[in-house]
Design a protein around this ligand. Structure first.
Ligand SMILES: [Fe+2]
Length: 250
């Protein structure tokens, strides 16, 4: 199914755009290539094996920006997730309604060559290179939906903020143990040189994942992460959503 033929939840349809692939310039493809190659220098040894496998099976490559409809063909067969091109940030409720339906909104534009390290809003590099390879992993894919099913039921600000920390310290900044190593799977560490270096050079503390501690750990959005959490396996965070249901009474 293509995004335009499906029934979208809530007001999501208002945000849908088309990826005009033939309108990307050589400069934009070049920016993708620079970002991709720069991150792979570190990720080939410091990203988790599930992320690297996702990158491979989804056919992503440095030379060209990704074609969303091509990724969808593989992703739908593998984990029944679908990417939906959107104009930018979505309201929280819309975002989680989509995720609960296994639809992941992605932007189609790419940052400018003079601001490779900083994009005020998510762009296609963060959204697709950073997030989407993990969506090809069955347990992570189920975790993301389970998280969203909880998030969309929470309406008070304090609980939304607390639950948001689980998203932040897993989907955005998650780490995982592989033997005696710690590897990256969260899009924030995957897509950012500075955040990646902060993990590799141990600028941050790395704690074992605990739902209780994650929910109590404030999020820092404007500085390098001081504390991150390493899971043992993806089943651990899937199981944590069952615990989170009890914590938040949903
Ligand atoms: Fe993100």
């Amino acid at each position: 199914m293509q995004p335009h033929t499906m029934t979208l939840p809530g007001d999501a349809a208002e945000y849908v755009v088309t990826q005009h692939y033939d309108q990307y310039s050589d400069v934009e493809h070049g920016t993708w290539k620079t970002l991709y190659e720069r991150r792979m220098e570190q990720l080939s040894t410091h990203a988790c094996k599930e992320y690297l496998e996702g990158l491979r099976v989804l056919g992503m490559r440095a030379e060209r920006m990704p074609v969303i409809s091509d990724i969808n063909k593989t992703l739908q067969t593998r984990t029944n997730w679908m990417l939906l091109p959107v104009s930018g940030f979505l309201p929280g409720r819309t975002f989680f309604d989509l995720l609960a339906a296994r639809v992941f909104p992605v932007t189609t534009y790419i940052r400018k060559p003079d601001s490779l390290d900083y994009t005020p809003e998510p762009d296609i590099f963060h959204d697709i290179f950073g997030h989407v390879p993990m969506h090809a992993h069955k347990v992570f894919a189920d975790y993301l939906q389970a998280f969203a099913q909880i998030a969309r039921q929470i309406t008070n600000d304090a609980d939304q903020e607390r639950l948001g920390r689980l998203f932040w310290y897993t989907v955005e900044f998650g780490l995982i143990r592989e033997g005696s190593d710690v590897k990256m799977y969260g899009s924030g560490v995957i897509s950012s040189v500075k955040e990646g270096d902060n993990v590799v050079h141990r600028g941050c503390k790395i704690h074992d994942f605990s739902l209780e501690e994650v929910l109590d750990t404030h999020v820092k959005v404007d500085e390098l992460q001081p504390t991150l959490f390493a899971i043992e396996n993806f089943e651990q965070i899937y199981e944590a959503t069952k615990e989170a249901r009890k914590v938040f009474g949903v």
